[in-house]
Design a protein. Structure first.
Length: 230
């Protein structure tokens, strides 16, 4: 029986890549420059998910006085990005099974995209650094469109580039922003349990919770069977 190839849209940090170590290293480098203390991994974990324009002020707020003078903040953000983009894959790693699973999804005719709140340049640096950029037909960073997750229009911009309807697409993410964007767009959503979720898991009701990235193809098969029965 012929199944239309599915379209999958992936979040980046916490879904494809455990990027916390490099984000933390760059933040701490920036904080050292302005005479602040270092952040622990658990502190940084709770700050990830809304893009670096949110990450840097959170790091500054957590370590001292809030700096809201725009020039200082802009400079801190720029310094952070310089540190981060120079070595975005030094300490980070792909989650187990990511490269192999992406390859097999593409081979089976699935259309893949990335929708992340991380800036485009840093996103490309990470994807290329890990050798997985070629699997994605569309990559939509947080500064490519005027809105970003949880706004569904960010996800819809990625889905549009795959030339499918939102109800044919599945968002694969790890946190509440991915969930909200998918539900708002009318797409199904699969969440990875290992990522950077900041709300209680039971407060979300995705179409599937997965602990292992390599479970994705089986999950797609289950969705397909379920659709045929309806």
């Amino acid at each position: 029986m012929h199944m239309e190839p599915t379209a999958l849209v992936f979040d980046l940090d916490g879904t494809l890549v455990d990027s916390l170590p490099d984000l933390r290293a760059a933040l701490n480098e920036m904080l050292r420059e302005v005479g602040r203390r270092e952040l622990s991994p658990s502190e940084v974990r709770s700050m990830i998910g809304d893009g670096t324009h949110a990450l840097v002020p959170r790091a500054l707020r957590a370590t001292g006085e809030v700096i809201d003078r725009s020039l200082i903040l802009e400079n801190a953000h720029e310094r952070f990005l310089n540190f981060y983009e120079a070595v975005p894959t030094k300490l980070s790693r792909l989650y187990p099974g990511v490269a192999k699973t992406l390859e097999s999804l593409v081979e089976s005719g699935t259309h893949l995209a990335v929708c992340t709140n991380k800036q485009q340049r840093a996103t490309l640096a990470v994807l290329e650094g890990f050798g997985i950029a070629q699997y994605f037909e569309a990559i939509v960073g947080g500064d490519c469109v005027p809105f970003h997750k949880p706004d569904p229009r960010h996800l819809l911009a990625a889905i549009e580039q795959l030339h499918v309807d939102p109800n044919e697409a599945i968002m694969v993410g790890d946190n509440e922003n991915d969930y909200a964007a998918a539900r708002g767009a009318g797409s199904r959503v699969v969440l990875m349990r290992y990522g950077y979720l900041r709300v209680p898991a039971e407060s979300l009701n995705p179409d599937a919770w997965l602990s292992d990235f390599s479970e994705i193809p089986n999950t797609l098969a289950k969705f397909a069977i379920h659709q045929q029965q309806h």
